[in-house]
Design a protein around this ligand. Structure first.
Ligand SMILES: [Mn+2]
Length: 392
């Protein structure tokens, strides 16, 4: 059986105020082509299908359209909720969709039943572990009130349930689909910005060894594609696209898993090309606007760090003349320390405000303000004082 493992679609994501819907459609087109050309038997979506619990109408339409296109290829879909999804919204009509080979698992209650598909060698059973807040799993797991429930205890309970089912039904080939923060031997490099705080202080982590004994574990949540554990059967496909500048160097894609008759797996990563890639650039504004080697990233979402000193005026506007999708702008500060507390403290109160201003400018910009800047400051000061007096 050939499984396509895709995760963290985050449909409807807005990136620095820009809708990514067209970019997402562009990548999903490639997913559809891949399912067809690579003769995939089942598509697994390991959570965070949507970016928000209440996705926009456009995002819902894109997912609906995608399901239809996959269904037209006669490829079954197994999808679980991630921490960005609403389990109940995602679970709507799931019992009905199952009749069309679309198996959606939102909640972890009795509805989160395993799914069994056939290939020439027999049956393969998929155990869905949708994301769940530990506290809301308390009743279901019958945890005593005085006992803490963690992501790990919930995951272990659900895996126990899967193992019990497997034993009772003599399941030989079993695949787990989960959305969780799973840790291998080494702590994963992961962008914190692109994830909600699922694992503050490592509390939410589940060791990869908890998943032992299954033929494959299709994970979602961490955005960097990575295989955990020595056996190579526990894997994050990574997110469908780059969703933060920390992911700029990731190679996004989906994982193809070939599960043979005896339950051995062969894994390969298939790259998905973004419509607009992400680029992180640095230099003076002039360099960035003229450097011919940056022609390749003109169409990218750009995060720029400017080394100009002092920072240039209207920097973003000027940057966008060449990089229309410039999204982030940082200014590299020279290595000076400004003791703001001292400048604003009791000693400063005894000095002339303009002298404090000059000192601040000297330290911060390594040059004293010119006459025009001094005039601007005096004007601002006069207006601030007038406003203060008016208030009485
Ligand atoms: Mn997630």
């Amino acid at each position: 059986m050939r499984i396509a493992h895709l995760a963290d679609l985050h449909l409807g994501r807005v990136f620095h105020g820009i809708s990514l819907l067209d970019d997402q459609r562009h990548v999903l087109d490639q997913v559809i082509a891949l399912l067809r050309d690579e003769r995939v038997d089942v598509l697994v979506l390991a959570g965070d299908l949507y970016d928000r619990a209440l996705p926009s109408a456009d995002a819902v339409r894109l997912f609906d359209e995608t399901l239809r296109r996959v269904n037209d290829l006669d490829v079954p879909v197994i999808a679980i909720a991630g921490n960005h999804d609403s389990a109940d919204h995602l679970g709507f009509g799931a019992w009905l969709f199952a009749r069309g080979d679309v198996y959606v698992r939102g909640r972890i209650d009795a509805d989160a039943l395993p799914i069994t598909l056939d290939d020439d060698a027999g049956e393969v059973t998929f155990y869905p572990l949708p994301y769940v807040e530990p506290e809301s799993a308390r009743a279901l797991l019958a945890t005593p009130d005085d006992e803490a429930v963690s992501h790990r205890t919930v995951t272990r309970a659900l895996l126990d349930r899967a193992r019990a089912h497997r034993e009772a039904h003599g399941v030989e080939r079993a695949v787990v689909v989960a959305h969780a923060f799973v840790q291998g031997d080494r702590p994963p490099e992961e962008s914190k910005r692109s994830e909600r705080s699922l694992h503050l202080g490592g509390v939410g982590a589940v060791p990869a060894s908890d998943f032992e004994g299954f033929q494959y574990v299709a994970l979602g949540h961490l955005h960097r594609p990575q295989t955990l554990g020595s056996a190579g059967r526990v894997r994050y496909s990574g997110s469908m696209m780059k969703y933060s500048f920390e992911e700029a160097t990731h190679e996004k894609g989906l994982t193809l898993v070939d599960l043979d008759a005896r339950g051995a797996v062969t894994i390969s990563h298939r790259t998905l090309q973004p419509k607009r890639d992400l680029a992180v650039i640095a230099g003076t504004l002039d360099e960035l606007l003229k450097d011919p080697s940056l022609a390749a990233v003109e169409g990218c979402f750009v995060s720029a760090t400017l080394r100009d000193h002092p920072p240039p005026l209207q920097a973003m506007e000027r940057l966008r003349a060449r990089f229309p999708h410039a999204a982030e702008l940082h200014f590299e500060r020279p290595a000076v320390t400004v003791d703001v507390a001292a400048l604003a403290g009791a000693e400063a109160a005894r000095r002339e405000p303009e002298d404090v201003f000059v000192e601040f400018m000297e330290r911060f910009l390594s040059a004293p303000p010119d006459e025009a800047e001094r005039a601007l400051f005096r004007d601002a000061l006069a207006r601030a004082r007038a406003a203060e007096e008016a208030r009485g």
